[in-house]
Design a protein around this ligand. Structure first.
Ligand code: RIB
Length: 283
């Protein structure tokens, strides 16, 4: 990273991901047998921060973990990935935990116990110092509203779905949603909304009108957990660099694809050079 690289703050969750692989996801009321349990560093916020740092943004995480072993581990992990963790606070609640089941096709279902993520507070230090602030919805909505008011430029990943104040959505430079989340939004009211389509890529809407579309890369997918987070981090990083929106979309779709090639939400974070060289190969 250099002083020319953008400064990004990610306000969001840090979770321990407890993951089990199954042949197929269970139906309600059904029990299925799975493989060995695995533990990964996760949380939409931490995944996005780690991905942004890997892509070359000078990244600061704003969040909270519990005063427990899991919290220490998550903070150390994130710091080892080059993220400034000085604004991650410790709370007297358990560290956030996500229970994740992944099937043979790489599809997943996730239940999050937010724990300390529910106690995130926006520190007095100015969010205004960052080129872009990126947030999601695994922290209290009041925090997201406050961030939207204070950020110079705000990118919101509306995941998981929640009822966001229209005033907050109106303050977003860009809203990013998957197809399920987008179904809860009034796209026509949003200046810039990007809808991710998994293996089908992503679409950029301007007040509900499609203005750009990008394909995903064809890769050997192992685990899609966190791919959307890498997409968000990549788009926000390119946006902060002043990259033209169509190119930023293409870059983000490629980065999200590359993130699926290893287990764990942070297991295959691509560098900027890696994304660019894949894009050069397919163009
Ligand atoms: O987006 C993937 C993330 O969602 C996982 O890492 C899990 O922690 C949940 O927050």
């Amino acid at each position: 990273m250099t002083p020319q690289d953008p400064r990004l703050a990610v306000v969001g969750s840090l979770n321990v991901d407890v993951v089990v692989h199954v042949a197929r996801l269970p139906q309600p009321g059904e029990t299925v047998m799975g493989g060995d349990v695995a533990r990964f560093a996760g949380g939409k916020g931490a995944n996005q921060a780690a991905a942004a740092a890997r892509l070359g943004a000078r990244t600061t995480m704003v969040g909270a973990v519990g005063d427990d072993e899991a919290g220490s581990w998550l903070v150390e992990e994130l710091a080892s990935r080059g993220v400034d963790v000085s604004r991650v606070s410790r709370r007297a609640r358990p560290t956030g935990t996500a229970l994740i089941t992944v099937d043979d096709r790489g599809e997943n279902v996730i239940v999050v116990a937010p724990g300390a993520n529910g106690d995130v507070a926006i520190p007095d230090v100015g969010l205004e110092e960052f080129d872009v602030v990126l947030a999601q919805l695994e922290t209290p909505l009041a925090v997201v509203d406050e961030v939207a008011r204070r950020a110079r430029s705000f990118v919101l990943n509306v995941a998981p779905s929640a009822s966001v104040d229209p005033a907050t959505l109106a303050r977003c430079a860009v809203v990013i949603a998957n197809e399920t989340e987008a179904a809860t939004l009034d796209l026509a009211s949003l200046a810039h909304c990007i809808v991710t389509l998994g293996a089908r890529g992503a679409v950029h809407y301007h007040f509900g009108r499609e203005v750009a579309r990008a394909s995903a890369l064809v890769v050997d997918t192992v685990d899609t957990v966190g791919a959307g987070d890498v997409f968000c981090a990549a788009y926000a990083t390119q946006y902060a660099r002043g990259v033209e929106p169509r190119e930023a979309l293409r870059f983000a779709a490629a980065a999200g694809s590359l993130a699926t090639r290893a287990p764990g939400a942070q297991g295959a974070l691509p560098t900027r050079t890696e994304v660019e060289s894949w894009l050069a190969r397919v163009s």
